[in-house]
Ligand binder design. Sequence first.
Ligand code: CO
Length: 409
Amino acid sequence: MSDRIQALADGALAGDRRSLARALTLVESERGVDRDAARELIARLEAASSPATRIGITGPPGAGKSTLIEQLGLRFVDGGKRVCVLAVDPTSSRTGGSILGDKTRMSELTRKAGVFIRPSPTGDGSGALSGRTRQALQVLGSGPFDYLLLETAGSGQADTEVAGLVDVLVLVLAPGGGDELQGMKRGIRELADLIVVNKADGETRQLAQSTASDYARSIPAAGRGAVVSCSALEGTGLDELARRIGELADSAPDREKAGQARERDASGAIGRLNHVALATTNVEEAAAFYRDVLGAEVSEPRPMPEHGVTTVFVRLPNSALELLEPLGEDSPVSGFLKRATAGGMHHICCEVDDILAARDRVREQGVRILGDGEPSIGAHGLPVLFLHPKDCFGVLIELEERASVGSES
Ligand code: CO
């Protein structure tokens, strides 16, 4: 396997399209054997690459992001830059990859030499970027590209996560929709390096310009944000926009050095709280409670037959709740609900840098691991282990390995 992985890593680093495509398919795969290979690949790429500058282009559906990215990409290429595009829809599950059709529109950019474009419907349904997306970024970012454009149809938590993954963040909005900016998490306004009001053309030209001035007024004076309007369709304002984004990208701090500053902790100690999982007999009703009574943002229910649960993600500003309803015959939560018939806290999940180091650490202290002790792939596409609740003061603790590219901000 190692020879095959090395050949794939070499091809990806050289920018060979077929190798890049294969490497991306590998990191997006849900098969256990592929996950091992993907981790090996990422480790080799990490060791060898000088990563591309990452430019995040985010904003609600309908803002015209794809057309804008194609136009910006063409200008970057004309300016001598090598460009790749990863288009991710974190809110769509694997089967709902609506953006796939969308991507064929970047037809002019696709034909340029040295350009690589990849749609990646790898969301886990939570609105958060999955571990696979992070690995896909790692793969593309290590190719011989100057700029990696990451397109996401962001909202809520995904936006702030994207901000932690890119060097430059551009927020694209449609004209009007003042509510949009009001309703938007305050974080994104402050995190965006540039806010672009697109569609300054035809009947919406005036509206786009007044929207841009409205936004400019509502941005805190101290913020780094700036607001511009443009028309991806007519091409107006794009040269200027490409120039400004290019400047921001070229002056962005060195991601590689920043990455070295937070090397993986091999002690196996626990890190951030990833989620708290709550078992319930009715995930729809529980979701409605968190949404309507408590006012939280919740995802659509998502059946995960391979894990024996239907999940709803409740997004919190600093973490997440996972609502779990049993699915299928031998669901891991049905036993729990027999004892706690009203539902209740099922487990907590903490992140670790190195899952095997964490396993060895707790084992040495006499803590039992559930199952055969080998990490399995959890709901987020990352390796997980569960610690025996009897050895943990009655709490079932899940350990999840932190994704390869950190989202710390
Ligand atoms: Co969990």
